[in-house]
Design a binder for this molecule. Structure first.
Ligand code: CP
Length: 304
């Protein structure tokens, strides 16, 4: 097992370490409506959330996870922070370290930002990647495979179709890395030809119906308009005609296939509400698992 001091990527993370995080998250999971477990793994620690891109799920779940482990938490409003006045990211790090922040949860649109912070952080400080450009979203990858494992634990024999804007998706990259580590052979990447990234393991499909045929898992992605030039944004009607997952199309997957979406969803664009809210959808379970996974990662880092 790898000793985790920072948590920057799933790329290269060994299987025992990944499985240990999933097992720990499973133990920490609490069904909505049930009483929360008391946990003091982060007592005396301070966590800072630095989100330079919008977020609902990741930011809220990191905050809830840290609080449920007994940490102090600050959420910086990066749009109104001194970075806007020209302060460098490293000076922001040094400033908050001087106030005894121990753990930084960082989302940023520039590739390599979290690794840069990790190289310059004090030895006792931990950096967590909460979304890095189109490259990496490791806690999302963990919560996705935890959700899959709860329904379909035989990863080696799974067929997983990931559908949509693969090229711009950090979610797809981290999911493929986690699935590959867990032994999944049949990973299918489906979407318009220009969005089928060549740097990912998996078979490419431009035909959604072929991609989801007999799939066990269908993971739908949002179109990441914020990472495209204006001219690269597809015609919406054409996109939804070819790639929107609706109930009729879903019949091509296995009858017990699960439907996933990392959120935020654009309902009726990449997925219909009938499917998103239907009996095969595990989208809200993914959200619940997000808190448990982030608790597991935070608690594991704090032990180092
Ligand atoms: N899945 C995800 O990263 O969602 P948020 O952008 O809301 O955090």
């Amino acid at each position: 097992m790898t000793e985790l001091h920072h948590f920057l990527t799933l790329d290269g993370l060994d299987r025992p370490t990944l499985v240990n995080l999933l097992d720990r998250a499973q133990q920490l999971q609490v069904t909505p409506g049930q009483p929360l477990q008391q946990n003091t793994a982060l007592a005396g620690k301070t966590v800072a959330n630095l989100f330079f891109e919008p977020s609902t799920r990741t930011r809220a779940s990191f905050e809830l996870a840290a609080r449920r482990l007994g940490a102090n938490v600050i959420n910086l409003d990066m749009a109104n922070s001194s970075t806007v006045k020209g302060e460098s990211l490293l000076d922001t790090l040094y400033t908050l370290e001087a106030m005894n922040v121990d753990i930084f949860v960082v989302r940023h649109h520039v590739t390599g930002t979290q690794a840069l912070l990790a190289r310059h952080a004090l030895p006792h400080v931990h950096i967590l990647n909460a979304g890095e450009s189109h490259v990496s979203h490791p806690t999302q990858g963990l919560l996705d495979v935890l959700t899959i494992r709860q329904h379909k634990p035989d990863f080696a024999n799974l067929s997983v179709a990931i559908v949509g804007d693969i090229e711009h998706s950090r979610v797809a990259r981290s999911a493929v890395q986690a699935l590959t580590t867990l032994g999944t052979q049949d990973i299918r990447l489906a979407g318009p030809a220009e969005w089928l990234s060549r740097d990912l393991a998996g078979r490419s499909f431009t035909d959604l119906d072929k991609a989801i045929k007999d799939a066990d898992v269908v993971m739908i992605l949002r179109i990441q308009k914020e990472r495209m030039g204006k001219d690269d944004i597809p015609d919406e009607q054409d996109y939804l005609r070819r790639y929107r997952l609706d109930a009729e199309r879903l019949k091509r997957a296995k009858p017990d296939a699960i439907v996933m979406h990392p959120g935020p969803m654009n309902r009726e664009i990449e997925i219909t509400s009938e499917v998103a809210d239907g009996s095969q959808s595990v989208i809200r379970e993914q959200v619940t698992n997000g808190v448990a996974v982030r608790m597991a990662v935070l608690a594991t880092l704090a032990e180092q």
